[in-house]
Design a protein around this ligand. Sequence first.
Ligand SMILES: [Fe+2]
Length: 472
Amino acid sequence: MIILGINETSHDASISLIKDGEILFAGHAERYSKQKNDWYNNKDIYLDMLNYGSPTHIAYYEHPQLKRSRIFLKGGASDWKPNIPMDLPVKYFSHHYSHACAGYYTSKFNDAVIVVLDAIGEYNTSTIWVGENEKIKLVKKFNYPFSFGLFYSAFTQLVGLMPNQEEYIMMGMAAYGDPNKYFDKVNSYFPSIKEQKYNFHKGINDWGWVTEDDKFDIAASVQKVYELRLIEFMRYAKAKTGKDNLVFMGGCALNCAANTKLWDLFNDIWIMPNPGDAGSSLGAAAALYGKHINWKDPYLGHDLGGPYPVKEILTGLIQNKVVAVASGRAEYGPRALGNRSILADPRDAKIKDKVNLIKKRELFRPFAPVVMEEHAHKWFKMNHASPYMQYAVECLHPDKIPAVVHKDGTSRVQTVNKEQHPGLYDVLSNWHALTGIPILLNTSLNIKGQPLINDKDDIIEWQSQYKSKVIS
Ligand SMILES: [Fe+2]
């Protein structure tokens, strides 16, 4: 049985292919169509997938009848149907169940509470499940309009950003604002998980005038309220299930500042590195397989070949260059974790502005560090690994690596060891031997407004736009 998992008609279409519990391929449609947040899969991604195997079964990440009824109730057409690209047996799974399966079946846990928080599935917006002995059971569901995701997205829109896409920018803005300035006002919209009376789907339309300065204070206040409600919800989930291991999924699990606080509540945490809807193509495939699948690493997409260009990267870094690298298989998930990355010296404060100018993005936005796993605790306040940049933690030596420390003194850390990525680890250990610093700046390699670099054509375009070489 070779299972093709499909996620589509959401904000980040993707497909995955698994065989006997091994992940053969997993990729994002946008990297092939070059349309950021592409809603639909395309011929090129399917052709690339076929290099890894021909599916015998299809698993779809949503339930068509439920989805149709919701679209109808919202006033849309009632004839919506999913795009099924091949004439194969198809099984449909609900939106939140696909999220739950993506998390539990890629985790190392036999026994865990699974929490899914997003904007909206078919109707579910927040669910609590128990995973035990390969089975996943629903414990509690919260339906639309109650929604953590819609709460965060509505305020994202209020501060002038794109809802369902630019929540990560508002999260970055939060560090620059005063979290208490609008706390009471924001809190009144979502005072507890038992009281969320406002329908955030309509946006925040009763706030009043928002000035440019207000935006940062609003972002900070929203982040504070979100974290309080998230902790409240997680305590409730833990009390309800009695589990000490947490699997956290859904778009809300991308909030790395809030995620860090969950380590105070649970013994161990697994957030699949693609926790939003794009991860649900793998979740649907895993749901059909019905057992744990072998999660090794997120390098599951288009293959540019190798080996990893360790020497060339080091040569560029020693010359104080900003180094663009594209090698091996593309990352499945929103973060560049070494295979489609820009790497630079984190000691140089000016390098942050230099990289921001190359990427043409807002100057307040922080960059992340990649650090040798065994050194992470000496540089950052953390006692767990973070291989997928899912946690923002306090930096212990911000003066030594200013380019990768955010305004609030935290860094969104990626830890790496020899097994996870031997090439990147080799770069870091050589860099450590040369400079005494086991850390580099790591940000995604993409042209402004476009998805991560995927293939050779993208490399050619990047090189012509930026007049600098991509090492591959
Ligand atoms: Fe979702």
